[in-house]
Design a protein around this ligand. Sequence first.
Ligand code: NAP
Length: 491
Amino acid sequence: MTSTDSTHTVLATVQPRLYLGGQWCPAEEGRTIPVHDPATGQELASVADASVADGLAALDAAAQAQADWAATAPRTRADILRTAFDMVVANTEEFATLITLEMGKPLAEARAEVTYGAEFLRWFAEEAVRVEGRYAVAPDGRSRLLVHKRPVGPSLLITPWNFPLAMATRKIAPAVAAGCTMVLKPAALTPLTTLLLTQVLEKAGLPAGVLNVVTTSSSGKLVSGLLKDPRLRKLSFTGSTEVGRRLLADSASSVLRTSMELGGNAPFLVFDDADIDAAVEGALLAKLRNMGEACTAANRFLVHESVVATFVEQLSSRMAELTIGPGIEPGSQVGPLIDEASREKVHELVEHARRSGAEVRTGGFALDRAGYFYAPTVLTGVDPDARVCREEIFGPVAPVLTFSDEDEAVVLANNTDYGLVAYAYTRDSARSMRLMERLETGMLGMNVGAVSSPAAPFGGVKQSGLGREGGREGIEEYLETRYTGFADPYA
Ligand code: NAP
């Protein structure tokens, strides 16, 4: 089969409709949204464009299914997730092709996303049967205290476009495990992977109404309609800090439980005692995974002044050697950015840095070809107040700054409203401990360029978010704690 054949086959497999109460339906008003390939700019497919009424129909279905789903045996919920895990893994190539087509990342990275994304299904299959409470004798020795967990209830899950499979499974799997029903709204730019995942969950035996999926070009209106509805009990959002802030404000009126996975501005610290070769490898991973379109992407490289020349030389020459091209082509190492607006913003940040005195060591331009490609770029002599250091770049651009001692490195690293992740390279274990305590981030990669793991609590502090996804903490976001006090059984 040629790659064009496999592209057609995978696109033809996707149900481009809304999934409401176990039925695949067109949008109420019959409208559709086109989905484009960022490597060519061409239309790949179109999906249903849900109205506010469609969103409410999805919530109707979720609300109706909630009681039965909460009463379903944890083992049954676990088995569905485990079956879905096996099915996603068995269809790795199909999922990876779809991710690459609609999002742009190279196929090898898309396969890695399938492995990562599928793992949430397996992890939470294992967690579903381990929800526990506690029983205690009150301090006065008389009454008894019983604490148990209940599913929060119908949840709204909103996902971004950059990891269309993993961001969906990271929310769906713990919600299913906890016994919550849900309405999922994927990003309009990359809905196809989520629809294929929904088909898998349906085949794995997820009952009608547990998962409802709405694709829409009017997120603001549809979501605001749902947030006002008292049947909704939870919002889990992954996306930009700007939209997250607005949704938090809107959630206040009905006092919703919220989980917020927002933007980042990760510092990547290289100390004078670091293994520089390892630091360069880590930097390539932390910067170029997903073409830099990751909340965990290294946004600022802070390098000790005594090693900066070597680090920059190695990083620039490695970045300049990479093969840029459509992710679907074998050998492509850097794919396109998601759209023209994103590419323009990345270039604007580079130009602003240049005007503020930065030197471009490699890259610094958009490629003159179809699609939204941008050359991997290294900037030195960057002003810490330049926009490229303050804003989330979301592109393959590495601004390098220097520091002269650990205190200065920590101040620079913490000089941001964000606090998702930091990376640090040092051979000094006491320094590693100090950094663990002093860096204001929810996650820290110590001598590694990637931290994401389904078994670890993913999330940020400061304006990078609230709550955690993955790990033992992930299921807690979908559970509420209830307490019952019992009278003294001997009285
Ligand atoms: P975004 O513009 O905030 O969109 C995220 C999601 O919210 C999409 O589904 C989007 O739908 C929806 N949305 C947009 N405006 C909305 C509104 N007014 N009301 C309700 N929903 C709305 O973010 P993005 O550009 O897709 O994703 C990139 C951002 O996500 C970056 O900031 C990145 O750091 C962050 N991110 C964070 C994590 C994390 O775990 N912390 C992980 C991945 C990404 P439409 O597609 O229809 O606009």
